[in-house]
Design a protein around this ligand. Sequence first.
Ligand SMILES: *Cc1c(COP(=O)(O)O)cnc(C)c1O
Length: 404
Amino acid sequence: MDFEAFFKSELDGLHTEGRYRVFADLERHRGNFPRATRHTPDGPKEVTVWCSNDYLGMGQHPAVIEAMKEAIDHCGAGAGGTRNISGTTHYHVLLERELADLHGKEAGLIFNSGYMSNWATLGTLGQKIPGLIIFSDALNHASMIEGIRYAKCERMIWKHNDLDDLEAKLAAADPSAPKLIAFESVYSMDGDIAPIKEICDLADKYGAMTYLDEVHAVGMYGPRGGGIAEREGLMDRLTVIEGTLGKAFGVMGGYIAASAALCDFIRSFASGFIFTTALPPTLAAGALASIRHLKASPFERVRHQDRVRKLRTMLDQRGIPHMHNPSHIVPVMVGDAAKCKWISDILLDTCDVYVQPINYPTVAKKTERLRITPTPLHSDADIEHLVGSLHQLWSRCALARHVA
Ligand SMILES: *Cc1c(COP(=O)(O)O)cnc(C)c1O
């Protein structure tokens, strides 16, 4: 087989469909978020980042940076091993305690990413619990889908956020089979929020465990940044809360918070936890500082929501269509892959505004969009510049406006 030709022809397919991914070559600057330097063939350019998942700018927060520097000065670069074989540093232990406390659970368990935490935890639960059926929301993240696939257990996909469909599927399943309902709180592309309480009620009725991915909510919602379940007083009703240290906490890594027995079980049986080098202590130290800061400080959350409101209001004033949802994610709908990429390119090349186009398969075809994520560090002038640029492009591209 001509392997090279195969790779190239597969890539040509992506180009033809207009969904070949091009990375922006960025250099973030300490203390200067959301500004970044973008390296282009014509040299470096200053851009404003409007699509970062560093939702609160914590990746640039002095408390986080200081903690990371201190950890690296104190104990060096890497962890030096898997968690079991010399890689557990005191920072990891403190971080797991902090995460358990954040979510009101007995224990926390860290993974090298949120992807790994979903994949390893769902995969291990599904493999090890005899006869487990996993009920998975249709819009769950790829990492949950892959974990459930790897589990090779029975799975039922229920319609996104649809309680009737979930209940119908729970009721149709063998009443004696162990069950787990896997879902997210804030869904990353539409920014809608699951009916967590009602899902927990169904879980109680049918004797199911609940697994909630709060990746797009931790740090940002709830009085201490514990997520939507904290805000709604529901944390104790969830069997497992999963989160990331890489989005609002601004660093990297993933975790679950659950009972001591469940965390110990995953720690002891999950391949994706056991056979990989532990996070560097400096990342654990940075995440710890970030969580502690956001637990005590509502300032970032309040300012974040204020920026989101401001952006939505200004988009409405200009008739730029965006999905109305109760979260901080502002999807500006384009509905065409080529136009979406074109608008994103022009914003970047002529307006110094960086918003990555979101195309299939991340979202359904005809729902292509610009996924805009305001942060507490975007100023009024930044928002005005973004909306003004979109306004001009909407006219040039003859895109439909939303009539208020
Ligand atoms: C980003 C994401 C993850 C993965 O988290 P990482 O820490 O980036 O690996 C998991 N779930 C959802 C819903 C996500 O959007």
